[in-house]
Design a protein around this ligand. Structure first.
Ligand code: THU
Length: 150
């Protein structure tokens, strides 16, 4: 199991991170992935300490597939998660750690800060860690499209 203490930086408590990781591997088993056969699980931590989870949900019309990260975010939004997100954990069923795809990064840009910590792990519970800013430098975010009310 992951030793959360070995991460270089995190304002997320070790116990919280362990729960997020455990939840991500648990929900990964619920992946609906009859086409790719890849199972992905995700956990997100909101500003109040609530954890929301998601797995990938595929579709016979492949473009209808939604990644685990976005499923977790949709669930969080619909359950009134408190922004911004503090941490995101993604786990894959493969020997490689799978970083969030480009579309998920863009969606994450809406709800993360540059400091949001992102962990991605493989099927051996080996993790990599990055900040959101490292994962998506020069993110296009709401700061470009939100205008002050006149
Ligand atoms: N997938 C995710 O769930 N998250 C990612 O960030 C990358 C890809 C899923 C989508 C699809 O079900 C499968 O992995 C293969 O692309």
């Amino acid at each position: 199991m992951i030793d959360a203490k070995s991460f270089k930086f995190s304002e997320v408590k070790n116990a919280t991170l362990k729960s997020m990781i455990q939840n991500a591997y648990t929900v990964q088993k619920n992946a609906y992935a009859p086409y790719s056969k890849f199972s992905i699980g995700a956990s997100i931590l909101d500003s109040k300490g609530a954890i929301f989870t998601g797995c990938n949900v595929e579709n016979s019309s492949y473009g209808g597939t939604v990644c685990a990260e976005r499923v977790a975010i949709w669930k969080g939004v619909s359950e009134k998660m408190k922004l911004p997100l503090k941490a995101v954990v993604v786990v894959s069923s493969e020997k490689d750690q799978w970083p969030p795809c480009g579309l998920c990064r863009q969606v994450m840009a809406e709800f993360c800060t540059p400091q949001t910590v992102v962990f991605f792990g493989n099927n051996k519970k080996e993790f990599r860690q990055m900040t959101f800013a490292e994962l998506l430098p020069e993110a296009f975010s709401n700061k470009f499209v939100l205008h002050p009310q006149i």
